[in-house]
Design a protein around this ligand. Sequence first.
Ligand code: SN0
Length: 315
Amino acid sequence: MKKFTTVHDVSDVNSLVVEALQLKQNRYAFQHLGKNKTIALVFLNPSLRTRMSTQKAALNLGMNVMVLNIDKEGWALELRDDIAMNGTTVEHIREAAAVMGQYADIIGVRSFPGLKDREEDYSETIFNKFVEFCGVPIVSLESATRHPLQSLADLVTIEELKARHRPKVVLTWAPHIKPLPQAVPNSFAEWMCKADVDFTIAHPKGYELCEDFTKGATINHNQDEALADADFIYVKNWSAYEPYGQILPGNEDWMLTNDRLKNTNNAKVMHCLPVRRDLELSAEILDGQSSIVVHEAGNRVWAAQAVLKRMLESL
Ligand code: SN0
């Protein structure tokens, strides 16, 4: 595997999930693969789980890890071509990415969307430039439109904990006070549409995701109806796709509470984290028996390790 930015970079999703679960049982079996190999993790935005789980995954595979918080510790990056750099940017992504490729065998990049210009965000400029100029395999640590390591860990978690062959999985919108990216729900939808699950998306009218990611999903604007008989509920806020990056008024009552779980199939509740308690998701759920958010975060290691293992095998 030379690139891991979307589910479309994976030819066999099921066997990648199986591989992740096997690595969970036998985490140090492939240390020879990473010997004298280096991964550089480059962050343009904050991170807790992605940073630590990807580092742990790389260390389990015997790799060396370099982390660069380029937004705070690096030179201000220029992305545009054909301009004289006489402003605040100091270094062009052409040189920066190429130089990183001299130091690392694999590069991971995190870059959130600006949520101002939809076309710019959905064209994934920063990512594509890294791919173009760094010359080594690239793994997405969350881009403007997707978070594939999270989605793989989510699918691994569902496969690991499911009690029936084809579980019902519901992605439900949650309230927030800040406009958040569509990356996590886009990616989750894209992966669930490829998985052997019965997949529903519940959101208030106006929060339709881009159809490229949701083809094959059932969409319901009534949360209680959508949650009926659910085995897994994936809670996530996102801002509107149209008008882009906006929060629409109302919908505070979409926060999941224990009461809402009554008609589910004893549903397990997931969230990618970080989660704002009693705004996005009730504390009673987070502190109760239904929540699997910490277990899910733990599985980030095995998802990342399965992807890095495949990349090391193709070096
Ligand atoms: C990010 C998001 O894409 O929703 C990262 C999730 C892995 N979340 C946030 O930016 C949360 C920010 C906040 O203020 O709650």
